[in-house]
Ligand binder design. Structure first.
Ligand code: NI
Length: 190
């Protein structure tokens, strides 16, 4: 498994529609493994394929707080089939490091997807998992959490990003595993 570079805001692939996976091949399983490794290294709670430069409709999530035990969920071709309630929560994104904002989302969702063995399954997400699933599925359709911010808040977020983005001249971010850097504050990045 390898830790992959993460594409950051400005990389065109983050705004592109993904392609549904027609057959779950070993290549797709390797992508899933690498995405988990990258997400854990970055201490994120979710990661979508376009963030690592891949066009497949694939995402991984794990909202377990201390990751012990881990609760990994890999979703291929995920679709929200039910959503209800609403919840406001602060979100971040591994592709927009240092930028956070409150987003209102459904408080509960049911997502239908295919697993790494090609089998269909459904997962219910409540609260943080609901937010995370919606955030990641948005990524698979070229949408980012900053799109939901009010004009003023989005402008502030983009100003903050302007100060950061010179660190990523190639619009990619090399993930340094968290074990070798100091603790980072909440909230989680997705
Ligand atoms: Ni994200």
């Amino acid at each position: 498994m390898s830790v992959l570079d993460v594409h950051v805001l400005g990389a065109p692939i983050l705004r592109q529609e993904t392609a549904p996976v027609t057959t779950v091949t070993d290549d797709v399983r390797r992508l899933i493994d690498d995405m988990f490794e990258t997400m854990y290294a970055a201490r994120g709670i979710g990661l979508a394929a376009p963030q690592v430069g891949r066009p497949e409709r694939v995402t991984v999530v794990d909202v377990a707080r201390d990751k012990d035990p881990r609760q990994p969920i890999a979703l291929i071709n995920p679709e929200i089939v039910l959503q209800e309630g609403s919840r406001r929560g602060e979100e971040g994104c591994l592709s927009i490091p240092g930028v956070y904002g409150d987003v209102e989302r459904a408080a509960r969702v049911v997502v239908r997807a295919v697993d790494r063995d090609g089998q269909p399954f459904e997962v219910e997400g409540i609260d943080l998992l609901a937010t995370c699933l919606q955030h990641e599925i948005d990524h698979l359709h070229g949408k980012l959490f900053i799109d939901y911010l009010s004009i003023l808040k989005r402008r502030a977020a983009l100003t903050k990003w302007d100060e950061q983005k010179s660190k990523y001249p190639a619009l990619t971010r090399v993930i340094v595993p968290v074990s070798v850097i100091a603790d980072r504050p909440d909230p989680e990045d997705e």
